[in-house]
Design a protein around this ligand. Structure first.
Ligand SMILES: *[C@@H]1O[C@H](CO)[C@@H](O)[C@H](O)[C@H]1NC(C)=O
Length: 314
């Protein structure tokens, strides 16, 4: 926003990413003091003035998700009532993105609730990465810019022999994302059809497409328990894939995920740094990270100066 100062603030979810973004755009991170009352309530103090400024608040859906979401809402609101001119939330991983539709009776649409809470707190603009479902954009009445696939495309081009790559979607839901990338890279595409009965538990998988002799790259937005990716890699290997890679945006890696990855047919899993990785994940030889700070920094810079962001878009 021209005529007002760009101010970067960062919640406590991912200091490392905030630091990287701040370095990329050569702006310091403004000071926030976050404390807890004895009963668990959070209090955030914005130390410097934000009056009439263009404020960007960086926070992500790390653990503990609920406390960090509340911390974000409090920070937004503190900036709003301190007369910030514009408040943009930079939310690399959107909390509750998986609760995006009423897919069974009495199911909550919590992603919509989060959208409402962000707006009520005083947020004017959201920058995020690879939303689980694009309808989440429609949950807001303010602009929501989602980035992501460009980083994946660049990573694939820089690290793999493109002529031998086949892009794989591990389920029907991710087919749109994976075909988009396959089309951009002008490579083949394959899909794994799965019959899921209970959440996080997969029953039967069928491969559609030819991966014989290829480097199969599974694309997904979230890696949680990694059961799906591990099974997909098994099927791809059984069907003659020469190498099996997974490219994932948000690495929750909960439960026994690291063991599952280590024991799987995956050669490597590349994860974006939208969520801080645990020490164990950092030490796992199959896990590599893909830095998204340059892209997020560029998104902040362009938003502030009112430049087009279409090149960074999905
Ligand atoms: C799959 O691709 C391989 C190598 O390109 C080829 O030899 C094979 O005939 C293909 N299989 C099918 C079923 O098309």
């Amino acid at each position: 926003m021209l005529g007002s100062t760009l101010k970067i603030l960062a919640g406590s979810s991912h200091p490392e990413l905030a630091e990287l973004i701040s370095k990329k755009i050569t702006r310091p991170i403004g000071e926030l003091q976050t404390r807890r009352f004895a009963n668990g309530e959070t209090i955030v103090t914005v130390v410097d003035s934000v009056r009439d400024q263009d404020v960007f608040i960086i926070q992500t859906a790390a653990e503990p998700v609920n406390d960090l979401l509340m911390e974000l809402l409090i920070t937004i609101n503190a900036c709003k009532i301190a007369s910030a001119r514009q408040i943009t939330v930079v939310l690399p991983c959107f909390p509750y993105a998986r609760q995006d539709k009423k897919d069974r009776s009495r199911a909550p649409i919590t992603a919509k609730l989060v959208a409402n809470m962000l707006q009520t707190a005083g947020c004017n603009h959201v920058i995020t990465m690879d939303l689980h479902a694009s309808q989440i954009q429609g949950f807001f009445d303010i602009p929501v810019d989602k980035y992501g696939t460009i980083t994946l495309q660049d990573y694939i081009q820089q690290h793999y022999e493109i002529d031998n790559v086949v892009i794989v979607s591990p389920d029907a839901g991710g087919a749109k994302r994976a075909t988009y990338i396959a089309d951009k890279l002008k490579v083949d595409f394959a899909l794994i059809h799965k019959e899921r009965q209970i959440a996080n538990e997969v029953s039967r998988m069928i491969l559609v497409g030819n991966v014989t002799g290829k480097t199969a790259i599974i694309i997904d937005d979230i890696a949680d328990t990694c059961g799906t990716i591990a099974l997909a890699s098994k099927i791809l290997t059984e069907n003659g894939a020469q190498k099996c890679i997974a490219l994932v945006v948000h690495a929750f890696l909960s439960g026994r995920a690291i063991d599952v990855i280590e024991n799987s047919a995956l050669d490597e899993i590349v994860v974006a740094n939208t969520i801080p990785l645990s020490q164990r994940a950092r030490e796992c030889s199959k896990i590599r990270t893909m830095d998204v700070s340059a892209m997020l920094g560029e998104a902040i810079r362009r938003t502030h100066y009112g430049e087009s962001i279409s090149q960074l878009f999905l």
